[in-house]
Design a protein around this ligand. Structure first.
Ligand code: NAP
Ligand code: MG
Length: 478
């Protein structure tokens, strides 16, 4: 069944989104050309068109950025904390003022639906700055009698799935605690971090407090090997996370790692089924499934399996896949060609393992990177599609009979970032949340984020927490 609604196009205007032809590096409060003269292209994954040339930072640039952050540390950390808070509030307000532009640029550069960038990414990014601005002058209350002090310079490296939001998660608590930072966005999605640099400059933040440098993985590796930063903060894949952990040990640096996930979303037979189906859809198809905490493993209690599957397929048939800038779009473009290849390889793996695939018959645009929402049934616990993070709109469904069985199955993964449970019974929720090895467990909801709430993983999902008071302690020395 194809989409019955035949919605008319409702394109967001791109007139608010001024994108320069070329972006330099934001170092010491100025736009500086890369010393090797190298630039790379960032494209729109929906149109495959080039959006801008972006500077590739080499060793000299990385040195300059850390030296600027180091020089800025003393005066910044010595400012009265309330003054630091004022700057952070200002950044939050300016994100709100430029929210439409930021949402459009986020959707253009990364392919996510405008509804998500407009209603989730950008407001949450502002909320993180507001929240941590409030903590800047209250650190002694957050950590009474522990004499909290900033660490120094932080090196921060972020992925492409929530570019502006991840920058906010990293920068806001670091500044509130009196640190200075050098941040690198991912290669495919640098534009909103560069827009954030414009905001930081307009906010009058002292030069060097925030430096934003662009480049590929090599630039990231130069950052983690650098001797100046006292702290490495990384969000990304588990493989790169392991390298960063080694670099932190060798350099005797503090480190937080927010890595991959393979979350279980668990539906009991007493759950509100319609709401649970919405939760399953939101859990796995939000942001094309490019979500570390995505509910990519669905466990359904046997007695409601047929009902849930039928309703889930019917709901999938209604999802609108296509232009990220159309306000009706539910599933936008896959972030990059290489990520699309990875997802397509997993679709083959799933078939070869003997699982049954379901995809709605929706049409896909001819240009750009697209993947239909997908589910697999007849999945065994040991199958690769049930064990490995796909990072795309692909759901693996299994069934269970008892709570003990589902706890065993849900915990049987190298990851431990998040989980969801759907049931009418509070006692089941408590039993499950206690037994689940997951940093976040949502009950009768999924993918809910809030700056006041800590987020982070167990096992191969990393360690350390971002958000809430916990997120402050990652940037403090006691
Ligand atoms: P990635 O390949 O690990 O890249 C993350 C960042 O690290 C990018 O900026 C990347 O630069 C950089 N990088 C690559 N190689 C590096 C190296 N050797 N040294 C230092 N930095 C290096 O991950 P991704 O594919 O962008 O992101 C997807 C992953 O992030 C998924 O596994 C997802 O689960 C995870 N994630 C976790 C959370 C969480 O909070 N736990 C949140 C979001 C995403 P380039 O992009 O230029 O290569
Ligand atoms: Mg791009």
């Amino acid at each position: 069944m194809s989409n019955e609604w035949n919605l008319a196009p409702a394109a967001e205007s791109t007139s608010s989104a001024e994108i320069k032809e070329r972006y330099e590096l934001f170092i010491n409060g100025e736009w500086q050309a890369p010393s090797d003269g190298n630039y790379f292209e960032t494209i729109s994954p929906a149109s495959e068109e080039s959006l801008a040339q972006v500077a590739a930072a080499g060793q000299k640039d990385v040195d300059r950025a850390f030296e600027a952050a180091n020089a800025a540390f003393k005066p910044w950390s010595a400012l009265p904390a309330a003054e630091r808070g004022k700057y952070i509030y200002r950044i939050a307000r300016m994100i709100q003022e430029r929210s439409r532009e930021l949402a459009v640029v986020e959707s253009l550069d990364g392919g996510k639906p405008i509804r998500e960038s407009r209603d989730i990414d950008v407001p949450l990014a502002a909320a993180h700055f507001f929240y941590y601005a409030g903590w800047a002058d209250k650190l002694e209350y957050a950590f009474p009698q522990r004499d909290p002090k900033p660490l120094g310079v932080a090196a921060q490296i972020i992925p492409w799935n929530f570019p502006l939001l991840m920058a906010a998660w990293k920068i806001a608590p670091a500044l509130a605690c009196g640190n200075t930072v050098v941040l690198k966005p991912a290669e495919t999605t640098p534009l909103t971090a560069l827009k954030l640099a414009e905001i930081i400059k307009d906010a009058g933040l002292p030069p060097g407090v925030v430096n934003i440098i662009t480049g590929a993985g090599e630039t990231g590796a130069m950052m983690t090997a650098h001797k100046i930063p006292k702290k490495l903060a990384f969000t990304g894949s588990t493989d790169v996370g392991k390298m960063i952990y080694k670099a932190a040990l060798q350099g005797n640096k503090k480190v937080t790692l927010e890595l991959g996930g393979k979350a279980a979303n668990i539906i009991f037979d007493d759950a509100p089924i319609e709401a649970a189906v919405e939760g399953i859809i939101n859990g796995i198809y939000f942001n094309q499934g490019h979500v570390c905490c995505a509910g990519s493993r669905l466990f359904v209690q046997e007695s409601v399996y047929d009902q849930v599957l039928m309703k889930l397929k019917r709901r999938m048939d209604q999802l609108v896949v296509g232009d990220p800038l159309d306000k009706n779009t539910d599933i936008g473009a896959i972030n990059s060609k290489s990520q699309l290849q990875t997802i397509e390889e997993y679709l083959e793996v799933g078939r070869a393992e003997g699982s049954e695939i379901y995809q709605p018959e929706c049409e896909l645009p001819e240009i750009g990177y697209w993947c239909r929402p997908t589910l697999f049934t007849n999945v065994a616990q040991s199958n690769r599609i049930a064990q490995e993070e796909i990072f795309g709109p692909v759901l693996a469904i299994q069934t269970f009979r008892t709570i003990e069985e589902v706890i065993d199955k849900a915990n049987n993964t190298p990851y431990g970032l998040s989980a969801g449970v759907w049931t009418d019974k509070g006692s089941k929720i408590f039993q499950l949340t206690k037994a689940m090895k997951a940093g976040v467990v949502w009950a009768n909801t999924f993918n809910k984020f809030d700056p006041t709430s800590p987020f982070g993983g167990y096992k191969e999902s990393g360690f350390g927490r971002e958000g809430g008071i916990h997120g402050l302690s990652a940037y403090l020395d006691f």
